[in-house]
Design a protein around this ligand. Structure first.
Ligand SMILES: Nc1ncnc2c1ncn2[C@@H]1O[C@H](COP(=O)(O)OP(=O)(O)OP(=O)(O)O)[C@@H](O)[C@H]1O
Length: 343
């Protein structure tokens, strides 16, 4: 894939990164599984995708369009790259916010080659005119490009080569029905079980050249919010800690000491999760409170609360959703060491 680094180590062996962002990007790329059989967990989605891609390969046709939904960091981008790799096709990457005019999308679509995989991240944030152009492109592999303005405007039909669209969204509910219906395959990614995160960590630790005991892996996995991206990030911080402290093999105690430094508590709740719980219990007496009010109280965007903090807090049974807003559960009060008010 054109945008992947050629260096097989992903730059891991460089003593000092000249550009920290570039270094992080290369590290992230090196940790990404390249093929379906390296992709941990998400058995259902993985199995279904494998079948669909095998069939497309046997028929020598572009694979059906794929929609992936789920919270950030669970592997949507990774799966899009894998779809391209498994199909032996090039990958083009763009995102909803980058496509504000239909012309932006027309420029991308008209330069696709046969079988190419187009990954559109945050597809729910595309503009309406671009979305409407995408309907036709997905279904008929054709777009109408409007040239000129007003009475002199003409519409020129443009044939497109068959391609595969992989759309990713953290908010599938925001996608209009006609767009959702045009995807031949829809997969929802769920949080990972701690045992699955341990497998992600074992693979990454070999690439990062850090050694952990079984309990060391378990300690990081249980604090990673069910999210591989967070697991890999915590592993990197534990690696730093072990390197500086001169520890050769990280056990549970060492992992615990390292992670306590980074504001991740024993349940994996981070600063934002705790801020939401604190606001819900202390400021709003346990709710119910509307999402935007809650977001304002913790100084975050509503979308961040809804897509990042809320799904995990809901899964962990810390908050509940009611028609009147979010409420703290008994577990939330207990986690904060507070007594719920009498009702
Ligand atoms: N199933 C998996 N197995 C191993 N590693 C994984 C898996 N899923 C994700 N990862 C790792 O987690 C990181 C984040 O994954 P990815 O960027 O694909 O998430 P995402 O869902 O696209 O997130 P976002 O929506 O924030 O872009 C990747 O770099 C990859 O290393």
């Amino acid at each position: 894939m054109a945008h992947e680094p050629r260096d097989p180590t992903g730059g891991l062996d460089r003593p000092v990164a000249p550009d920290a962002d570039e270094h992080e990007r290369r590290l992230e790329a090196a940790l990404r599984p390249r093929h379906l059989d390296e992709f941990v967990g998400q058995q259902r989605v993985r199995g279904q995708l494998e079948l669909m891609l095998s069939s497309a390969r046997l028929r020598e046709r572009a694979a059906d369009h794929v929609l992936l939904s789920g919270p950030p960091g669970l592997g949507k981008t990774t799966l899009a790259m894998i779809v391209a790799a498994e199909m032996g096709a090039p990958l083009r990457v763009s995102s909803g916010p980058a496509i504000q005019h239909a012309g932006d999308l027309a420029a991308i679509l008209s330069s696709l080659t046969e079988g190419e995989v187009l990954f559109l991240d945050e597809i729910h944030r595309m503009s309406r005119p671009a979305e409407e152009m995408l309907y036709m492109a997905m279904e008929d592999f054709r777009v109408d490009v409007v040239v000129g303005k007003g009475a002199g405007a003409t519409s020129i039909p443009l044939e497109l080569p068959p391609f595969t669209l992989v759309g990713a969204t953290t908010r599938a509910g925001l996608l209009p029905g006609p767009l959702r219906d045009r995807f031949g395959f829809t997969g929802h990614l769920d949080f990972y079980a701690p045992q699955e995160l341990e497998l992600v960590l074992r693979r990454s630790s070999a690439l990062l050249d850090v050694e952990l005991s079984g309990a060391g892996y378990a300690q990081i996995a249980s604090r990673s919010r069910g999210t591989p991206r967070i697991a890999n990030r915590l592993l990197r911080r534990v690696r730093d800690w072990a390197l500086v402290k001169g520890i050769d093999r990280v056990d549970a105690r060492a992992a615990d000491d390292a992670l306590s430094m980074y504001d991740v508590d024993e349940r994996g709740f981070d600063r934002l999760d705790r801020a939401v719980l604190e606001a819900l219990c202390r400021t709003f007496g346990g709710g119910p409170v509307g999402l935007s009010t809650l977001a304002a109280a913790v100084g975050e965007e509503t979308e961040t609360i809804e897509t990042v903090a809320e799904p995990f807090l809901l899964r962990e049974g810390m908050i509940g959703r009611t028609p009147r807003g979010r409420v703290a559960t008994a577990a939330a009060w207990e986690h904060l060491g507070l007594t719920p008010p009498d009702v």
